[in-house]
Design a protein around this ligand. Structure first.
Ligand SMILES: [Zn+2]
Length: 285
């Protein structure tokens, strides 16, 4: 039986999407372009760790002529300058995977300073135009709280995937937890999906793309650290993720309830210029 979450399988997925007539685009290109009704996959990657895996994904995409988005964290397990530079050179979009509220332990002023410094840093590699929240599952701070204090549009940022997409129109698919169907295990970085599409594996997704069972607009979010080529690396990730998923199911509900309380704080400054849709910030429903 072929193994899921390998880079060969990843290439098959992209080829299936292209053959099914989807245009595959970065977050920035999607937001900047005049978007028609054509079949579109907005493809973004959260580089939580193991950035060399992201370079492999970026290379596969380049070979297929694609430009997608890579969101890097500032912490050392993600932020490897040589890799960021190479992915930018391959023509992909680089964005900032922010977690400043967690890093500043809830201190708003510290988080704003940190956000500004880190954005400036990533702009030494690429003219960053979009940013995306890191879920920080182990932190008590939800990183999107920073938008209660500042507005990313004031920093020449044109979009944030959790704030600027209407997920009643765009299906959100993520490989979080190494399953495309892990809705109960994702702690913060999920959205209120209104589509009723179940995808059990990458092979199942490939089949559904080929048989035209998928909606026309999809955002795909991958974490390249979960994908591998070597059997040993694949096995370690497979066993580790199964244990993590068990724990995540237990804590997800608890954190969602706490985030609900945090987001009922006074009106966010940026909501006055609100994104089209305010996705379910709590992730509890
Ligand atoms: Zn992340």
């Amino acid at each position: 039986m072929p193994r899921d979450y390998t880079f060969d399988c990843y290439r098959d997925l992209l080829e299936a999407a292209l053959q099914a007539g989807y245009r595959i685009t970065s977050v920035r290109d999607y937001l900047e372009a005049e978007n028609s009704d054509s079949k579109t996959i907005i493809l973004r990657h959260d580089v939580d760790k193991k950035p060399h895996n992201s370079l492999r994904a970026a290379t596969v995409e380049r070979e297929l002529g694609l430009k997608t988005t890579y969101y890097f964290r500032i912490v050392k397990e993600s932020n490897v300058p040589e890799v960021i530079r190479k992915i930018a050179e391959l023509g992909h979009e680089i964005g900032y995977h922010y977690e400043d509220m967690a890093l500043a332990r809830g201190d708003f002023d510290g988080a704003v300073r940190s956000f500004e410094e880190n954005l400036t840093y990533f702009r030494t590699f690429y003219p960053v135009k979009t940013v995306c929240m890191h879920g920080s599952p182990l932190s008590k701070w939800n990183n999107r709280l920073i938008w209660k204090k500042i507005d990313y549009r004031d920093y020449d940022i044109i979009g944030e995937p959790y704030c600027d997409f209407d997920f009643s129109q765009t299906l959100y698919l993520t490989d979080s937890c190494r399953t495309w169907d892990g809705h109960n295990m994702i702690i913060r970085d999920k959205v209120a999906n209104s589509h009723d599409v179940r995808v059990s594996s990458t092979f199942d997704l490939i089949d559904k793309l080929k048989s035209n069972e998928m909606p026309a607009h999809i955002m795909v979010n991958t974490h390249p650290q979960r994908w591998s080529t070597h059997f040993l690396e694949w096995s370690v990730e497979f066993v580790g993720q199964n244990i993590k998923n068990f724990v995540k199911r237990l804590v997800a509900g608890q954190i969602a309830r706490r985030d609900d309380t945090l987001f009922s704080l006074p009106t966010p400054l940026s909501v006055a210029r609100a994104p089209k849709v305010d996705p379910d910030l709590s992730g509890s429903r």
